[in-house]
Design a protein around this ligand. Structure first.
Ligand code: ADP
Ligand code: ZN
Length: 705
């Protein structure tokens, strides 16, 4: 490990250690070697070139297609005391000239440029005039025609190597598939560069998918109100109209929800995006056009009200949640209509057959993913050729295992109904026939006389829609869009019809449950922690406004959470918090320390909250006996307070109870085996022959619930 690099990480960026391959990648670059980096969103790609650019002599040139983002990136770097600037088409001539002069004079650590610049001889000449430390090619998949964001200007980036053969290059992307990766290496002439491939797992994202179109909006509202009140989120819809109506409906329900789609005026879009970045708790409702070039780390949820058309799109869109590594949700509801719409878009595509087949394959994979009953994360990673050996424990299917049911007979009824009615009708009509609904159309076609008429009364319409959806998703039925969406049998359904294969389907009785067990949110608490949390956020907001930057540029939520948990009292303690480097220590420490001090004073005079007082004394280093003495309370009362704090996630068990893991396990098992629903501890105490006192048992129990 390179000492200078680690020093830079700690002093300038305020982080304790490197993540994943960061350290190695940085060493390679410092030593003048080329590298190719594949890392998921939020993995920490930027540090991989920023640190070597600071350490190597000369200016680091960063090529990025995301013009909208350059300004934000540069501002964030300046906050860290780094001399960064950018050149792109949004600058006026005078500012451009100023930047160029600073560059020529060697006054810049880093210069961000748009790819089209590199194709001008004027710019290449400029590059010749000052030492360059490295070239970073961000979003390198833009060079790939197979990938999803091809940019012709990227093709010419191979020229960097020709003109500056001795300057190391780093290409970075969050696109994982092998075809794209190979194309990057080949087109940028990076075949001999060392490749760093990280896991694409995003463990902090909880994947949740549920079915049900009719109540989708209210399910969404409940999800936001229950789990993400006042937090930032993105909601994706397929159409502009749905974006508009959803944003309006959520606004009427008291949320700050802003629409974003290509049909809005440019300045409205810009304004909405700015509010999303700068204010707390703003929700953007968008078509998929929104997201590329949004670098907000504290997006706490991404919700889909429609199915994305591929796993790549799903991964990329959900990946915009939780870049800061704190828990985040990827939440989706979808229904039969989605499946039909996507199949229709595909059927009407004018692409070449070869691409159509690829699109079809991608859609089928997406549909399969929604219906699986096993771990979502395992399936998602498997799609990108990565193996996760254990179920993740942080997706809906892991958190509340899905029941399946034998749907063979139901499927046979549905398929026969399609067959008997001549493969000419859509879902609504078929369900009417199955349920034995007498109506004019059915009479007209004489279908009330068929043997299948009324054989499906044991399911209601909603259940039949779910069955049809799953049959279509599994390609047991196909939709004929030339014929008004009528359903047709496929080759695959024969085995089911002949009874040679059983069909297990998901039971749809549940909504994706909350995964939030044990997650710390400070927003909805009424305790001292919640007050301090709000005070810290207010302080950040004010500093952000004073400095004209978004709040997360001052500090990320993760840094605020650490402040809240550690409650530093002086600059030295403050500097140990992750995310606090030298520059930010200088700029912001005093303001936050003042908030924390004031909070502590207020709490100690505020005797109403007796549990908080116990907690504060504990934080000040007193043990249970000491607190009992000082407060004139019984020892058992103090332990009851501790147990409460453990339950609230404000204390860890080991902070107040000294037990080894074996003893804790023994108590756990006993708690489970004698659990009688009364919450009495006496049976547990007895079962353990009085080996542990009630205080210990109470605290251990608090840690398990
Ligand atoms: P990417 O470009 O890969 O999406 P970023 O470079 O924006 O990711 O990094 C994501 C977040 O993780 C940023 O807030 C960054 O400051 C933080 N980060 C990166 N490396 C580290 C590290 N070694 N320790 C702590 N935080 C880190
Ligand atoms: Zn899982």
């Amino acid at each position: 490990m390179d000492d200078a690099a680690l020093h830079c990480l700690q002093q300038t960026f305020g982080y304790g250690e490197f993540r994943f391959h960061q350290g190695e990648i940085i060493s390679q670059l410092i030593n003048g070697k080329d590298v190719v980096v594949l890392m998921p969103t939020g993995g920490g790609k930027s540090l991989c070139y920023q640190i070597p650019a600071l350490i190597r002599p000369g200016t680091g040139i960063i090529i990025s297609p995301l013009i909208a983002l350059m300004h934000d990136q540069v501002i964030a770097l300046q906050q860290l005391g780094i001399k960064a600037a950018y050149l792109n088409s949004t600058l006026d001539a005078a500012t451009s000239r100023q930047t160029e002069t600073a560059f020529i004079n060697g006054q810049l650590d880093m210069l961000y440029v748009a790819p089209e610049r590199l194709n001008t001889s004027a710019f290449l000449q400029l590059l010749q005039q000052t030492p360059i430390s490295l070239f970073a090619i961000d979003e390198a998949h833009c060079v790939s025609q197979w990938g999803h964001d091809f940019r012709p200007d990227y093709i010419h980036l191979s020229l960097l190597h020709e003109e500056f053969p001795h300057i190391p290059r780093i290409a970075l992307t969050a696109t994982a598939d092998e075809t794209t990766r190979n194309e990057i290496c080949q087109r940028l002439n990076l075949q001999s560069a060392k490749l760093y491939l990280s896991s694409f797992d995003r463990p902090n994202i909880c994947y949740r998918i549920s079915e049900g179109q009719s109540n989708a909006r209210s399910a969404l509202l409940r999800f936001i109100k229950n789990e993400h009140e006042n937090e930032a989120g993105i909601i994706y819809c397929l159409s502009r109209k749905k974006v508009e109506t959803t944003a309006q409906w959520l606004s009427e329900k008291g949320l700050t929800a802003l629409p974003y789609h290509a049909g809005l005026a440019a300045n409205t879009r810009k304004q909405h995006q700015q509010r999303f970045l700068n204010e707390d708790g703003v929700i953007i409702v968008a078509t998929i056009a929104f997201g590329m070039g949004i670098d907000k780390p504290d997006v706490r949820f991404v919700a889909h009200l429609n199915l994305p058309k591929s796993m790549e799109a799903y991964y990329q869109e959900t990946g915009r949640a939780g870049r800061d590594g704190l828990p985040a949700d990827a939440w989706m509801v979808y229904g039969l209509q989605d499946v039909i719409t996507l199949k229709q878009i595909m059927a009407e595509s004018t692409a070449e057959d070869k691409f159509k087949r690829i699109e079809q394959y991608k859609l089928d994979a997406m549909l399969g993913f929604t219906e699986i009953t096993g771990c979502r994360r395992q399936a998602l990673l498997a799609y990108f050729d990565e193996t996760l050996s254990q179920p993740c424990g942080n997706c809906d299917n892991c958190l509340s295992p899905v029941a399946t049911w034998d749907a063979t007979t139901a499927a046979q009824k549905a398929l026969s109904c399609v067959h008997r009615t001549g493969q000419r009708f859509g879902v609504g009509y078929l369900i009417d026939v199955l349920r034995g609904t007498e109506n004019e159309r059915i009479q007209k076609f004489g279908h009330h006389q068929l043997t299948v008429f009324g054989i499906g009364k044991d399911f209601d319409t909603r259940q039949w829609r779910s069955i049809f959806r799953q049959l279509i998703s599994r390609n047991l039925l196909s939709v004929d869009f030339q014929n008004f969406g009528s359903l047709k049998l496929t080759e695959n359904c024969r085995k089911i019809l002949r009874g040679e294969e059983t069909l297990l389907l998901r039971k749809e009785s549940r909504q994706a449950k909350s995964a939030r067990k044990g997650r710390k949110t400070y927003t909805n608490e009424t305790t001292a922690n919640a007050m301090l949390w709000e005070a810290l956020r207010d302080c950040r907001k004010k500093l952000a406004e004073d400095n004209a930057v978004p709040p997360f540029v001052v500090f990320h939520d993760a840094t605020l959470v650490e402040m809240l948990e550690r409650q530093p009292l002086n600059r030295e303690q403050f500097s140990r918090i992750s995310g606090v480097g030298e520059s930010k220590l200088e700029k912001y420490a005093d303001a936050f320390l003042a908030v924390i001090k004031q909070h502590i004073q207020q709490c100690s005079t505020d005797s109403h909250d007796t549990i908080t007082e116990t907690l504060l004394l504990h934080r000040n280093g007193l043990d249970a006996a000491g607190i009992a003495r000082q407060r004139g309370l019984k020892l058992s009362t103090i332990y009851t307070h501790f147990a409460h704090c453990i339950e609230q996630g404000e204390l860890e068990l080991h902070e107040v109870i000294k037990l080894d893991q074996q003893d804790i396990n023994l108590i756990h098992e006993t708690l489970l085996s004698v659990e009688d629903g009364t919450k009495k501890l006496k049976p547990v105490y007895d079962a353990l022959d009085g080996m542990f006192n009630y205080d210990v048992l109470r605290c251990v129990r608090a840690a398990v619930v």
